[in-house]
Design a protein around this ligand. Structure first.
Ligand code: PEP
Ligand code: MG
Length: 584
């Protein structure tokens, strides 16, 4: 079994089609005069734009008009219309290069700049610009692009990297899976694969040299697993998994746009964690009750310089408008730790997760903080925005942040700029310190949101990204569970709402415990909304309390997670039997 990153769920069983690394050759020819070469470039640009629009329109037809995935291709139109890119190409032509050589040189220069930025979002730009280069060089040379518009059934595409224009034009009816050496969770190939519901495993290094056309292969897009030339036994296991997966998906569709209720009918708030407007639209279309976490650092990561107040205002306003009358919780900048933004001037630290991060950075760089808060406050005139402060460890941090917010409000009042005067300011509880003083923080916060990703890391003193100690990283450790129980109890005592926006909110084993502790809001990634709604619906308060009583008396993580997974598997088995679903 080989392991990559599972970026689009589902089981794919089929045969390999190996796509050669497509790198359009620049034909070596004597350039014409700059005027003629410029004209050739502009004609190629027009052809590129119209063919990209055509691909995007076809994609929209496949995915439905409301789907925003075609925007992935729109990015390439923005890129080719970028003034700097175009002037780089024109300058090359004026200096005596042919149109194709000027496009090639300028695109390579941009790709090198993006590559050197060492962030996944920027690396994605590299894929976009390489795709754009290939297609324009091809148009200029009159060549053919890779054509995957007609494929045999059950094709598993294997490539070094899948560019958006290829993924968007392939014969998706017959594609059973995608495997690529490059790309991650947020690469455009992953976004398209998820939208087209094709299982995908990316970042699987060396795969191209290990397979040939027609090799049988199985992929599990949820766990990132790939089986080459699988045995009859493995094939049988995965055929069963594929059937269960398809049934589960069908079943989940019943939960779209439904209220989130426990088995005994209590309403639960189910919100979404978003990184931008695409996630926001998706969450709203699935009936999320609001946004429990808007990770603002993502769009700071996309640019090459700090976004201005105006640019930020537009982003927050758009998200507020997209969420209509539902609440949207905007987390102030959480950089540092594992999130570096090249232009923010962070210095390398020995213990970045214990260092200059999140609220600490913002209180040190008050100029950055004020710019963001002003933009959020101004956007609050357009929707139900809440402000959330990450990585709080002391009461003073909350007091200082609130003072800065109230000073900005006074300034907005003076200038008669509208904002929500009752805006709520909440605290992310994600450090042991915040958990231990949750009663004190609850007096200064309008709401809590528990960040279990960090709370687990800091409570257990285990770096969340370090594979050597990942065996210790578990929210089911009794220390983390006690911490969560305490935070919720303190919030309840003070009469404020307590949510959870860490990954644990969507974890099937955590759901009964959180219901029993009295969590008010579950905030999960959009891809987990339906599953979480279904899981919540399967628990009554009585059963959740019983399970929680047993779990909270246990002394080790192993006991807790073993008990919960056996308990949940047994319920699921029982349910399938009741519904008359075959098991073999
Ligand atoms: C968390 O720590 O649980 C959380 C939601 O924040 P992040 O994963 O962005 O640190
Ligand atoms: Mg966190």
């Amino acid at each position: 079994m080989l392991k990559g990153i599972g970026t689009s769920g589902g089981i794919g069983i089929g045969h390999v089609l190996l796509i050669e690394d497509f790198n359009a050759e620049v034909i070596d020819r004597q350039p014409e005069t700059p005027d003629i070469e410029r004209k050739r470039f502009l004609e190629a640009k027009d052809t590129f734009v119209s063919s990209t629009k055509e691909i995007a329109a076809n994609l929209k037809e496949k995915l439905g008009a409301g789907d925003k995935t075609a925007l992935v291709l729109q990015n390439q139109i923005y890129l080719i219309n970028d003034q700097e890119l175009e002037s780089g190409i024109t300058e090359g032509i004026n200096n005596g290069l042919s149109a194709e050589n000027a496009v090639d040189a300028t695109c390579r220069m941009y790709a090198d700049i993006f590559r050197s930025m060492d962030s996944e979002v920027m690396n994605q730009r590299v894929a976009d610009i390489e795709d754009l280069r290939n297609r324009i060089v091809n148009i200029l040379g009159g060549g053919q692009c890779t054509d995957l518009s007609s494929l045999p059934p059950d094709t598993i595409i294997v490539a070094s990297e899948l560019h958006p224009s290829i993924t968007a034009t392939m014969d998706t009816e017959h594609v059973a899976g995608i495997i690529a050496e490059k790309g991650g969770e947020t690469s455009h190939a992953a976004i398209l694969a998820r939208a087209l519901e094709i299982p995908a495993v990316l970042s699987l290094k060396g795969i191209c040299s290990r397979v040939k056309d027609n090799d049988p292969v199985i992929i599990d897009g949820e766990y990132g697993e790939v089986f080459l030339n699988p045995s009859g036994k493995t094939l049988k296991i995965y055929e069963k998994k594929r059937r269960i997966y398809a049934e589960r998906n069908e079943e989940l569709k019943r939960y779209i746009d439904k209220a989130t209720l426990t088995g005994d009918g209590s309403k639960v708030c189910l919100a979404a964690n978003i990184g931008g407007d695409k996630d926001c639209s998706k969450a709203m279309s699935l009936g999320a009750d609001g946004v429990g976490l808007f990770r603002t650092e993502f769009f700071f990561l996309e640019g090459v310089s700090m976004p201005t107040e105006e640019q930020q205002f537009e982003v927050y306003k758009k998200a507020a408008v997209l969420s209509k009358d539902k609440f949207i919780t905007i987390r102030t900048l959480d950089i540092g730790g594992d999130k570096d933004i090249p232009y923010m001037g962070l210095v390398k630290e020995n213990n970045p997760f214990l260092g200059y991060r999140a609220i600490r950075y913002c209180l040190g760089r008050v100029d950055v903080f004020i710019t963001q808060l002003r933009a959020i406050l101004r956007a609050s005139a357009y929707g139900k925005i809440r402000i959330m402060l990450p990585l709080i460890t002391t009461v003073e941090e909350v007091q200082t942040a609130r003072k800065i917010i109230s000073d900005i409000c006074k300034d907005l009042d003076r200038k008669e700029i509208p904002y929500d005067k009752n805006i709520q300011v909440g605290v992310m509880v994600e450090t042991p310190s915040a958990s231990l003083i949750a009663d004190l923080l609850a007096k200064r916060a309008d709401f809590f949101s528990i960040g279990t990703n960090d709370l687990t890391q800091y409570t257990l003193a285990v770096d969340r990204g370090n594979e050597n100690v990942s065996y210790l990283y578990s929210v089911y450790n009794p220390s983390v569970l006690r911490s969560i129980r305490n935070i919720i109890a303190c919030g309840k005592e003070a009469g404020i709402e307590v949510g959870m926006c860490g990954e644990a909110a969507a974890s099937p084993g955590m759901i009964p415990l959180l219901l029993s502790f009295g969590l008010d809001e579950f905030s999960v990634s959009p891809s987990k909304i339906l599953e979480t709604r279904k899981n919540i619906a399967s628990w009554t308060k009585e059963e959740a309390d019983k399970v929680t009583g047993t779990v909270m008396a246990m002394e080790s993580e192993k006991e807790v997670s073993g008990y919960l997974s056996d308990y949940i598997a047994a319920r699921e088995e029982l349910r399938r039997k009741k519904e008359g679903k075959a098991d073999g």
